[in-house]
Design a protein around this ligand. Structure first.
Ligand code: SF4
Length: 132
């Protein structure tokens, strides 16, 4: 009896084991706590002629005024509170693109940096207090 050694099948070499399963290219945040998203239908952006305006292509020059105009439109939105809640939920799972609840990406990034600086300062103060 011929003993066959395991090897390539029909000219194909076995694929190397991947250490991790392939990751999806886009990350989706888990569904927010409240299941009812009917409020979105009442939003200014969803009822706008140009919903893409909430996703500006830049944040300098022409776009600065555009962003301010869109943020002003958000301030008239009847569901800004719901929008802000959803934004907070999504931000906990990663970066969020576009203008939400009258905040631009730059505004949110700046607020995040300020918070991180304040936390770092508090940690440093605590370390100095403990070391003293
Ligand atoms: S507050 Fe939110 S829901 Fe309302 S217009 Fe702005 S981005 Fe849209």
């Amino acid at each position: 009896m011929t003993h066959l050694t395991p090897g390539p099948i029909a000219g194909r070499t076995p694929r190397a084991e991947t250490p991790h399963p392939p990751r999806p290219t886009t990350r989706l945040a888990p569904a927010p706590p409240e299941a009812d998203h009917d409020w979105m239908r009442r939003s200014v952006c969803a009822n706008s002629d140009d919903p893409n305006a909430w996703f500006p292509a830049g944040n300098t020059g022409f776009w600065l005024q555009h962003i301010e105009d869109v943020k002003a439109a958000c301030r008239t939105c009847p569901v800004i509170a719901e929008c802000a809640r959803l934004l907070k939920h999504l931000e906990a799972h990663g970066e969020v693109a576009g203008i939400w609840a009258s905040t631009s990406e730059a505004d949110r990034m700046s607020a995040k940096r300020q918070k991180q600086r304040a936390q770092a300062k508090a940690r440093y103060s605590e370390k100095r207090r403990v070391a003293a």
